[in-house]
Design a protein around this ligand. Structure first.
Ligand SMILES: [Zn+2]
Ligand SMILES: [Zn+2]
Length: 258
């Protein structure tokens, strides 16, 4: 039984033709719980409705850094309202993305990131953090804004072991996905090997970042099983062990056990 903590199956156009089949396949591959992740204002209602219709699906809502220019009083009011929905268990994905240079200025991203951390603290919701090429600033802002009070998940973690330690100290869980299987990612494997088992959660970030042997093709939520199998092999343990631990971790990270 696997908990996939990061999927875009609810909104991605890549699933327009076969969304139900993809979900059925995920169930067959052992996914018992799934979190779908909001990222822009217009799609938040879709994410909420998707989770509402399925008792095994949870939602996170937030404004992605590349959509940071959407931020304003109305967006904040909508996000605040969405965050109160009973299926919403985290605020995200929020963070910094310094890879896409033409989408939102970095200073705007940093400002909107800080505001959403403050909102998460106010609402008592854990955070789902997106970080691309912005390691130092992400960790510094999490520290400055006292994000450790709510913790959450560093999704698709791409830092080194030193950064992982800082994130663990901030009460964050580390999201491991398809990139751990990539040949050119020895640092990711080192981190995945060294992490305490009780701080790892699994994800796919579908439709992106498919694990080997599907790299470069459409990713889907069921492929979290491939990540779990890879991690079991890497850490010299069993799939059952990884599944049990990461599912318990995800439930703890998201406050699902009360
Ligand atoms: Zn992301
Ligand atoms: Zn994502």
């Amino acid at each position: 039984m696997l908990f996939n903590t990061h999927s875009h199956v609810d909104t991605a156009h890549q699933f327009a033709d076969d969304r139900d089949e993809v979900l059925a396949r995920a169930r067959e591959m052992g996914v018992s719980q799934l979190m779908v992740i909001g990222f822009e204002r217009a799609l938040l209602p879709v994410t909420l409705a998707f989770a509402e219709q399925r008792d095994w699906v949870w939602a996170a809502v937030g404004i992605h850094p590349t959509s940071a220019l959407e931020w304003g009083p109305e967006a904040e009011a909508e996000l605040r309202q969405a965050a109160l929905h009973s299926r919403v268990k985290a605020l995200g994905e929020v963070g910094l993305d310094y890879y896409w240079k033409d989408r939102a200025p970095f200073d705007v991203q940093r400002d909107v990131f800080r505001k959403q951390i403050r909102l998460a603290r106010e609402l008592g919701l854990p955070l789902v953090i997106h970080n691309r090429d912005a390691h130092e600033d992400v960790v510094r802002i999490l520290e400055e804004e006292r994000a450790d009070e709510v913790g959450g998940i560093m999704h698709c973690f791409s830092g080194d072991w030193k950064m992982a330690e800082r994130c663990l100290a901030l009460n964050f869980y580390i999201g491991i996905g398809g990139t751990v299987t990539y040949k050119n990612n020895p640092v990711g494997r080192e981190v995945a090997q060294r992490l305490p088992l009780d701080r790892i959660v699994l994800e796919t970030d579908d439709p992106y970042l498919a694990p080997v042997p599907h790299r470069g093709k459409r990713n889907e939520p069921g492929y979290v099983r491939i990540v779990a199998e890879f991690l079991a092999e890497l850490r010299g343990t069993t799939l059952e062990d990884i599944a049990a631990a990461t599912t318990a971790n995800a439930r703890r990270a998201l406050g699902l056990d009360g």
